[in-house]
Design a binder for this molecule. Sequence first.
Ligand SMILES: [Zn+2]
Length: 298
Amino acid sequence: MKQNTEKTQIKVCPLCSSEDIMHYGKTKDYFFTQEEFSITKCQQCYFVFTNPVPKNLSAYYNTPEYLSHNTKNGGIISKVYSFLRFINIKRKYNLISLYCKKGNILDIGSGTGELLSYFNKNGWDTTGIEPNENARKFSKINYNIEVYNENKLDDFGLKSFDVITMWHVLEHVPDLHKRLSQISKIIKDNGTLVFALPNLNSPDSIKYKEFWSALDVPRHLHHFTQQSFEKLISYHNLRLVHAEPMKFDSYYVSMLSEKYMKNKFYYFSAIYNGFISNMKAKKNNNYSSMIFVVKKDI
Ligand SMILES: [Zn+2]
């Protein structure tokens, strides 16, 4: 059924608007529909993007697994998951604290609200944006956090926020320049933007090629490298001030990629390849996923 999905062909590079774009490769939605998708590369700025894109993109998120897991079902995996999530949240908090001690934070793609809840407990004013209605409800009921859908981004006043974060979100956003222009308006002049993105130049991307799970088509529309990310933000008077790895991601991404390659021993391979990926990435800071801290150029 999904094979007949209507798709929109993209004619110009979403980053630099060049018409000089070429077929780059094929991959599949291994996570959900098993449907095949093509990827295009711009010959001017080398940006890589999913093309064509299905018109009913939201249907590809319609899987229960895609929601951040909640921690109510008590098994050992869920305990480990919730422990790792706590470490992850604390680490994000510590990173942001280096740039802003306390203030108001907007988390775009806030999921089920655990990160914002942690900031809230530490005295921050918190706002979330989350397209998934069930996740919005979950945040409100469990953590009493105000979470809106994406339309709300146009309603915030100029220079409203000290910190705006998008953790593994920008690769899902259809109109990159529109989103960047929205957030550069609502961030304060000395505010801090934090992005986390999968890295197409990482050793695990190079190893797994079309099986690299962070391609995650068609949910991931854009496949960033540090270079393409820096080019994107430069259009909006924003500049990169810090880049650091998310080292757990190479293990998780390797595990899924091995699974997609039908390796029965994917757990073991993931531990080995995740480690190798992090070792190789040390040379040039090209890890599986990267965190980018960005400031306004004023
Ligand atoms: Zn381009």
